[in-house]
Design a protein around this ligand. Sequence first.
Ligand SMILES: *Cc1c(COP(=O)(O)O)cnc(C)c1O
Length: 374
Amino acid sequence: MSRVYNFSAGPSCLPEEVLNECAAEMLDYNGTGQSVMEMSHRSKAFEPIIEDAEAMVRKLMKVPENYKVLFLQGGGSTQFAMVAENLGIHTGKAAYIETGVWAKKAAKEAEHLGVKVDIIASSKDKGYSYIPKVEKIQGDYDYAYICFNNTIMGTHYEYIPDTGDIPLVADISSCVLSEELDVSKFGLLFAGAQKNLAPAGVTLVIIREDLIPEVENCRPGTPTMLAYKTHSENGSMYNTPPCYTIYVLDKVLHWIEKNGGAAGINKKNVEKANYLYDYLDSSDFFRATTEKGSRSLMNVPFLTKYSTGSEDEAAKAKEKEINDKFVKEAAAAGLVNLKGHRLVGGMRASIYNAMTLDGVKALVEFMKKFASEN
Ligand SMILES: *Cc1c(COP(=O)(O)O)cnc(C)c1O
């Protein structure tokens, strides 16, 4: 068996140790004679798993007592609706910072559900290659919304906007537990698991208790399943939770703890990202697409010198040929899923928590060789 270095933006690589433990327990979890996949979520064997997962999230993220930790389904995308349905209920107005695809989708969903959305800042002017500086957010907003790490654009907030009394909501799908984060600065945090936490299927939500309305006080027409109250009252077991995914999540959380928690993991992430950005900034063949001061530690889009922005057909064909060649030759060398998102073009290396420094070094070695040959 040979494992590849997987640079996928999500679902993405998981720690090998965790996969091995899952494999060892596949047929018989903890002497139960069953796989966790086969168990009732209300069983004596499963309940400690979900309880431990919650305790580990609380411990690793230092979640204050007055916040609920929920394990939901529907991915990050369902949170775009739940945030609006549950929080957009007083003035019906919300402030959004537009930093790329995921922030735009969230704003569009809120609008679709009747919330009045103000785009108070945007980095559209430069193709979302940076994070706008919005030190203070004021107004009669029910909430303010940011996408903290922009998976597609490769940008990340290096500050937390001051919103005063306005609850700040952040999508942390692609940076959760990649760094230390002061939960108390936010009203609500959410993360689809498949980037940094687990396989696809569970979404972590951390919400300040006083922001959870009664089901009937959500926006009109909100389905029971889309009310946070439904899940917070029932320990995320109103209906069947994604049991197996939560089990893997719990193992990943223990792996993070063993690696020094959020602070320890962050140190490694900084080292990995610097290694790649330093090469990109020094190369005359490759370049990063994002501005310094806004760069993601997790998602690193990059272009080659053949990406000139020219509309000339021959130049565009050459650009495509080089990008395709890079992705194909990298895959043959065991470096997979490096194709860039179509909106940015070029390549993208996602280097989440589970990607090793060795993986990043292998990528840079490959890039040096590719640059010298092309
Ligand atoms: C992947 C991603 C999403 C969407 O997640 P799904 O689980 O596919 O709905 C939302 N926001 C960010 C920042 C993401 O990276």
